[in-house]
Design a protein around this ligand. Sequence first.
Ligand SMILES: N[C@@H](CCC(=O)N[C@@H](CS)C(=O)NCC(=O)O)C(=O)O
Length: 212
Amino acid sequence: MAQEFVLHGYWRSTATWRVRIALALKGVAWDTAPHDLRTGEQRAAKYLALNPQGVVPTLVVDGEPLMQSMAICEYLDEVHPQPPLFPADPLARARVRAFAQVVACEIHPLQNLKVLKAVKALGQDQAGVDRWAADVIERGLEACAALIVGHDGPYCFGPQVTLADVLLVPQLSNARRFGARFDQGRIASVEAACMALPAFADTSPAMQPDAD
Ligand SMILES: N[C@@H](CCC(=O)N[C@@H](CS)C(=O)NCC(=O)O)C(=O)O
């Protein structure tokens, strides 16, 4: 029997978009359970029972909650190996993971909603908060661009979409949102190539049922 997937998320959450892309690439159907982050629904007791961190996404697989978007994408890659999210060669796989971790561990956490609220609480006005987020994103994208130098396109690491692309493209929606530059190296052309694919375009924030 086919597994049942319910994705708990929020339309503008880039971490949720990563999982939507992975599900779509794998050709897996899912139901959506939206939680409005602006009103704090991610901290409701019922949701905390699924995700004790109080963040989205959570993917519930046949009733079993999975959290952390990269772990979820790797799980999907294990249970639905085609098309693969990683190259076969171990060195190449490590490079893809490193790129993905620059986005997931070094950029995104510093421009997350709760961090931006903390920056504001320290006395920054909205322009200062946006500048903080833009600086973090721009510096991270410089590193991302450098990591794919010497690799052919159209995607980050060649002709196959990998987890690196799955992480990069949603991050660029936050780059736009905060007015960050994303003209570093091949970054913008990778985004254009990915957005030509239905798995990226059809899962974009604006296409979500809870989008305003
Ligand atoms: N490392 C986590 C990050 C999850 C995360 O921070 N999600 C954001 C939305 S993109 C969130 O739920 N923020 C709620 C908050 O900050 O209160 C993952 O990849 O799943």
